[in-house]
Ligand binder design. Structure first.
Ligand SMILES: [Zn+2]
Length: 185
């Protein structure tokens, strides 16, 4: 049964399911932000609502988190790629110029691609590729991706020496690397 409830001023829809075998209430918020409550068969609705209200903060936090991480259906499509390719290249060029003032590495070519899973890559022949999806990232994470690939021009691995090189311009790379993992398209 689909119902609505006001949680701290926000109208939230939820599904309530009666289960004759359930002994306790069980509340879930799915990855896409759907709220579900399973209750024992003869459990009164007003008590179910009281329970949800008690968990308001937890539910709203979960929903907000899922909204931030919802997969955007437009991102990755050819049309979106063609529209944003130019601005992605401009962004990458500007960042490469900025950070390479420090590193001074030789770059053979720079390309923007519609890569499925990678933000960037670096080949042994010194070609750098970046995903156009960088335009969707916060600037601090763009910087991290750029510096990461740039440093592979010198260290083709993820050794301590590689991370030392990254640290020279991105001292908090660990935090950024973790934050980047939360962005899935
Ligand atoms: Zn790497």
């Amino acid at each position: 049964m689909r119902r609505e409830i006001n949680l701290n001023g926000k109208i939230i829809g939820y599904n309530i399911k009666k289960n004759s075998r359930a002994k306790n209430l069980s509340l879930t918020v799915s990855r896409n932000g759907q709220v579900g409550l399973t209750v024992p068969k003869y459990f009164p609705i007003f008590l179910a609502e009281k329970f949800i209200k008690e968990k308001a903060e937890w539910i709203l936090e979960k929903i907000e988190y899922s909204l931030k991480n919802t997969i955007n259906p437009i991102v990755g499509h050819k049309k979106d790629y063609l529209e944003k390719k130019e601005s992605a290249l401009a962004l990458v060029e500007q960042k490469i110029n900025y950070f390479n003032c420090f590193y001074n590495f030789d770059i053979k070519s720079l390309q923007i691609k519609n890569q499925k899973t990678r933000w960037g890559s670096c080949s042994t022949s010194r070609n750098l590729n970046f995903s156009y999806k960088l335009v969707y990232l916060p600037e601090s994470l763009v910087d991290y991706v750029i510096v990461h690939e740039l440093c592979h021009l010198k260290q083709m691995n993820h050794s301590v020496r590689f991370w030392d090189l990254v640290s020279e311009t991105i001292p908090d790379w660990k935090i950024r690397r973790k934050a980047l993992k939360k962005h899935i398209f």
